[in-house]
Design a protein around this ligand. Sequence first.
Ligand code: RAM
Length: 353
Amino acid sequence: MMLNRKNTGPTGRLASLVAITAAAALALTACNSGSGSTGGSSPAAGGDLKITFIPKQLNNPYTDVVLGGGKKGAQEAGFASSQVVGPLEASASSQVSFINAETQAGTNVVVIAANDPDAVCTALGEARSAGAKIVAFDSDANPDCRDVFISQVVAKEVALIQTKLISEQIGGSGEIAILSATANATNQNEWIKFMEEELASNPAYKDIKLVAKVYGDDNDTKSFQEAQGLLQAHPSLKGIISPTTVGIAATARYLSTSAYKGKVALTGLGLPNEMRPFVKDGTVKEFALWDPAQLGYVAAFAGKALQDGKISGAEGDTFTAGELGERKVEKGGLVIVGPPTVFNAENIDKYNF
Ligand code: RAM
């Protein structure tokens, strides 16, 4: 299910060129002509519905897993074609031109992980006026600009798991820092807000001090440098939470060859396949995530249900997400995919994503 791409992190004009090329290549490889019906679902009446996924960025291994599930879901839900387009960098406005292109193309469902909740709004509004249904997934757009938000987990729950893990790993006291994705990311910012509230209000965490929040922009090199900078600026640091798969992998790589290995704790959200070596070499004890493929899969079915008029995104709406069964739309157009899992040396080999 994984489309393997390397995180090369190019910048400037080269980056845009590569983005266009990569997007074109993905569009071709991800396009399924014909009805593409499997698992007992039948194609849409008319059979010509098009769905496009716009992730935060293309060169992110997490995105590859999410989109693998999205492609499967699009086929099973009965879309005639599915494609993936998007920027290489997760900056606030980087998705706008991609959304506009979908409006021009008359795409029926746009699935987007917003890099900034508001920067994408006008463009999404135009896509809607042209008849598209908008499914936000992974990182929400402003609720005024989309029909539903497919959230991997309950936001507060994923925040609380990470504060609990860091507390356990540093023995309940000391300085910690957060190394996040971009400063505008809706998903990371919501998790961080809940973490800060929990650290401030739960007596169990009274001896833990959050001393810094830094942003690696979901860029491997920048995240690595931010991790290095954190340790230099805060010599007493006892732990780092990185609620992003790119950030935690880069930080683990830095710690694993530094004098801090095994001394400074690292937890957060990571892909088991990327984190496995760092769990095995003792750099990381425990971290969390959900199954990213399920996120893309459910998003495709939600898009189909919206386009078919079976749901409108109102509280209480229900739809069937293929093999994952029935999903319910909660207040605010929220659809929760599943609970998070904690990975450690005992269970990590059971997972392959
Ligand atoms: C990164 C991205 C993504 C987030 C995961 C946990 O890959 O920032 O949006 O959901 O981490």
